[in-house]
Design a protein around this ligand. Structure first.
Ligand SMILES: NC(=O)c1ccc[n+]([C@@H]2O[C@H](COP(=O)([O-])OP(=O)(O)OC[C@H]3O[C@@H](n4cnc5c(N)ncnc54)[C@H](OP(=O)(O)O)[C@@H]3O)[C@@H](O)[C@H]2O)c1
Length: 432
């Protein structure tokens, strides 16, 4: 039996899960893969991790440099997180000719060219299954199972915190603040939840998926992102009456002119399979030319699901090392040069909600402005006045329109004296 030695950097939530999985299921892994994975070094700043996890003294260190310098370590497992020290260590590992496995979506999305370029230059493998969808094997699926397919669209619920909050608002009628507090109390939202709520975390993940699916580099700066902080339970209720469920979707589409990558709250029909993905769960739907639509669902974060994905990457690379195969260059060369389109070019149906004075003529003024901007209305519902409110909610669903046209029209509508405050725009994915 060949044995492959690894070094783990960071023994926090995911790192400790990886150490435990390798200890508990090591024999199973060996019998299934024909390779023994040995932890040569495990590093954390906090020395108490050694006792907590029962790590032998000769294996534990508080200095990450020990892993990079150790000639026995063939695979470095980076589970520190962040984009500073983790990046430095990863680049040094590549220079030393070591393969790397990571769960670090922020680093891969924000420094894509540098990290993937350095791995290619050093001719080493980079495993990153755990960076998207936690335990869901979506990277392997796109890379291997769908390798013969042209991928048209990848669309998913990629953030458990926001999905938990939106589920709470939908099912229990809570407002955003109360749903967030519950999520924090139950450990589904961080004390500082900004990255999750703003859509930033989902944006990291869709950048990684889009570059793999379309085999092209993706510039995170050109990815449209809108979070859920401004979502009002009132709009979720109106949308429900129309047969839609609100989800934070990350979407990457291959269009004729290029690729479009975006993250925003989206209304989806209640019979769409993604509508059933509730609480902290994640799911990714892939639309490809030969397979058609397929969906992958499961736990998108957490110690054990994420460790499961990290270990799968370790074993993949260990197998290649054991049988003398070269590194897997095709997985991240992103060799196509596709134009990344601006969000202005996005097209979808729209849910629009205005607060208007209940006066004759206002509906024709609004529909006139929409018409001038090439937007046609599919349905209109005027709701009852809310308590002590002079203005009434007016809800419209449009046919497919262009983002740039909608933005222009709403700007004009919001200037009408009969319209109060900023109107709400929510993109709608129909039964395509
Ligand atoms: N948690 C999840 O469910 C999840 C899911 C998917 C992906 N990920 C990704 O996985 C990575 C790790 O996340 P995590 O939740 O496990 O984070 P975490 O719990 O904060 O663990 C990070 C660990 O690294 C240690 N560390 C920090 N600087 C170090 C250094 N210079 N040398 C050695 N150890 C150092 C930290 O020690 P101290 O605490 O003493 O600073 C901590 O124990 C991140 O990239 C994250 O985005 C996490």
């Amino acid at each position: 039996m060949r044995s492959v030695k690894i070094g783990i950097l960071g023994l926090g939530t995911v790192g400790s899960g990886v150490y435990e999985l390798l200890r508990h299921n090591g024999n199973l892994l060996e019998s299934r893969s024909g390779v023994r994975v040995e932890v040569a070094m495990a590093v954390d700043l906090d020395a108490s991790k050694k006792r907590e996890l029962g790590i032998p003294g000769a294996v534990f260190s508080t200095d990450a440099a020990d892993v990079i310098a150790n000639p026995e370590v063939q695979i470095v497992v980076e589970l520190i997180g962040g984009t500073s020290i983790a990046k430095e260590l990863m680049l040094r590992a590549f220079q030393e000719g070591k393969h790397v496995v990571t769960a670090n979506k922020a680093l891969l999305a924000e420094h894509q060219a540098e990290i993937f370029g350095a791995a290619l230059e050093s001719e080493v493998d980079l495993g990153y299954e755990a960076s998207v969808g936690g335990g869901i094997p979506i990277i392997k699926t796109i890379r291997e199972a769908l390798v013969g397919n042209v991928i048209r669209r990848v669309m998913g619920i990629l953030n458990g915190t926001t999905n938990f909050i939106l589920t709470k608002m939908t099912r229990e009628g809570l407002d955003f603040e109360s749903a967030l507090r519950t999520a924090q109390k139950l450990g589904f939202a961080e004390a500082d939840p900004t990255l999750d709520l703003s859509g930033g975390d989902a944006r990291h993940k869709i950048v990684i998926l889009a570059s793999l699916a379309f085999n092209t580099a993706i510039d995170i700066g050109k990815v449209y992102v809108e979070g859920i902080e401004h979502i009002h339970k009132r709009d979720m209720q109106y949308a429900e009456e129309l047969g839609f469920v609100l989800k934070l979707l990350a979407i990457a589409e291959r269009l004729e002119e290029g690729v479009l990558v975006k993250v925003h709250p989206t209304l989806i029909p209640s019979d769409n399979p993604l509508a059933a993905i509730s609480w902290e769960d994640n799911a990714v739907m892939v639309d490809s030319d030969f397979l058609g639509k397929s969906m992958y669902y499961g736990k998108g974060a957490g110690k054990r699901p994420t460790a499961s994905a990290v270990v799968a990457d370790i074993v993949d690379i260990a197998r290649r090392i054991a049988c003398g195969a070269g590194y897997d260059r095709g997985s991240y060369s992103f060799s196509q040069k596709l134009t990344q389109l601006s969000f202005n070019r996005s097209r979808s149906r729209y849910y629009l909600r205005f607060f208007v004075l209940d006066r004759p003529g206002i509906l024709s003024k609004i529909s006139g402005i929409l018409g001038e901007n090439d937007i046609s209305i599919a349905s209109v519902i005027q709701k009852e006045t809310e308590e002590e409110h002079e203005h009434v909610p007016l809800v419209m669903m449009t046919h497919v329109a262009r983002e740039a046209d909608i933005v222009r029209a709403i700007e004009a509508i919001d200037k009408l004296p009969e319209v109060e405050g900023d109107s709400t725009i929510i993109r709608v994915i129909d039964g395509e």
